[in-house]
Design a protein around this ligand. Structure first.
Ligand code: APR
Ligand code: PHB
Length: 389
């Protein structure tokens, strides 16, 4: 099998197939250092942690990850806690950077002598409608050609695999939001233990962390902003205004070691299979980061797909491969809905009026004030079940 893209989706698939004795080659256009250094979100659903655990790649995650049994919603200057464990029968989440998951998976693939080719240039796919798709790429001075049974596009939103679906086969659903997030990593101990999602008339803000020494923070900004528009002073003063409480709490400041702007988009491409080409993760769908579903959806796609391949290579059954797209998409759409809802409830929209702001506040009152509302947030946040194939 050929897997294109060594993000969390491609790496996990490659590892799980290897555990089931299914030979695969993983092609990545970037260097190992680049993949390991890319700063992304950092919340793992309970189910994602369990999957990494079962796959034997969660040792450092258990040591260094921060287990959280709740998070806070902040509006009208006050905090409201969502007790994840109490509302979901004991479930929780773990804060552990995506690039740490990537590092752990790369280390494991290499320790197992997996065939992972970083710096693979000009990857091209052909023959996905035939029995033996072909992947061509250049690697150093070499031109390489691989024929495979199946190809899996785990090559992210800007990858090449989605483009191999004929236009009449693929339907896309898209929403671009009129704002972005400016994210920072600061060398400052997190001023409180749990995440805070804040609604404020000046725009959304999020308080998160990576370790006992590093705080991760975001503020809603204009999509055309660049990090240069946000001086350190401006970032800290907006964070204090949007996240601060009447009792004088505000995030602890420290040197800012990373600053970047993340655009906000919801996107789904369906189906996720065309003949002998499958898509998984960001190659097929993206969510705005509010609710931290991106990597978790990539992992659930891979679980469904790896089980389908186990059924095929182990018992010759094609049923799983046939059902993959429908099963994966049902969960993807629920993740899309939750991310869209959290985004809509918490951000200021340029086209909205004061009536809309009151609707958001009433919604926040409901989702934090009623046990049913809190349960809905909590069960989505810790992760909905993965349907068996
Ligand atoms: N050839 C080979 N590799 C490619 C190509 C290509 N033509 N195009 C892209 N890639 C690689 C990228 O360099 C990247 O390493 O595919 C990988 C895709 O990884 P991700 O973007 O991390 O996607 P995925 O594994 O689906 O993980 C989804 O990533 O963006 C976040 O929020 C998202 O958390 C979610 C997660
Ligand atoms: C993060 O820590 O980077 C993070 C946390 C929660 C989100 C998004 C990002 O919803």
């Amino acid at each position: 099998m050929a897997i294109i893209g060594a993000g969390p989706a491609g790496l996990l698939l490659s590892h799980l197939l290897h555990l089931h004795g299914i030979a695969n080659v993983l092609l990545e256009s970037r260097s190992r250092e680049y993949c390991e250094g890319r700063v992304r979100a950092g919340v793992l659903e309970q189910g994602t942690v369990d999957i990494l655990d079962e796959a034997g790649v969660a040792e450092r995650l258990h040591r260094e990850g921060l287990r959280h049994t709740g998070f806070e919603m902040h509006f009208r200057g006050q905090r409201h806690r969502i007790a994840l464990d109490e509302l979901t029968g004991g479930k929780s989440i773990v804060v552990y950077g995506q690039q740490e998951v990537v590092k752990d998976l790369i280390a494991r693939r290499l320790a197992d002598q997996g065939d992972v080719r970083f710096d693979a240039r000009d990857v091209k796919l052909s023959g996905v409608e035939t029995e033996t798709p072909i992947v061509r790429f250049s690697h150093g001075a070499q031109q390489v050609e691989l024929s495979c049974d199946y190809a899996v596009g785990c090559d992210g939103f800007h990858g090449i695999c989605r483009g191999e679906f004929p236009a009449h086969v693929l339907k896309t659903y898209d929403r671009i939001y009129p704002f972005a997030w400016l994210g920072i990593l600061a060398e400052a101990p997190p001023a409180q233990h749990e995440l805070i999602y804040a609604h404020h008339e000046r725009g959304f803000a999020l308080f998160s962390m990576r370790s006992p020494k590093i705080t991760r923070l975001y503020v809603q900004c204009d999509p055309s902003d660049t990090p240069a528009d946000w001086s350190d002073d401006r970032v800290w003063s907006e964070l204090a205004i949007r996240l601060g409480t009447g009792e004088g709490w505000r995030p602890t400041e420290g040197p800012i070691i990373q600053k970047s702007v993340t655009p906000m988009r919801s996107f789904v491409a369906a189906p996720m299979r065309h003949q002998r080409l499958f898509l998984a993760g960001d190659a097929a769908h993206i969510v705005p980061p509010t609710g931290a579903k991106g990597m978790n959806l990539a992992v659930s796609d891979i679980i469904v797909l790896s089980r389908a391949f186990e059924m095929f290579y182990g018992r010759g059954e094609t049923r799983g491969l046939e059902r993959y797209s429908d099963i994966a998409l049902r969960r993807v759409w629920k993740g899309e809905r939750f991310s869209w809802h959290m985004t809509s409830m918490l951000h200021t929209f340029p086209e909205h009026d004061s009536f809309h702001e009151q609707m958001q506040l009433a919604e926040l009152d409901y989702y934090t004030g009623s046990r049913a509302g809190r349960t809905t947030l909590a069960e989505n946040y810790v992760g909905l079940p993965i349907e068996s194939i």
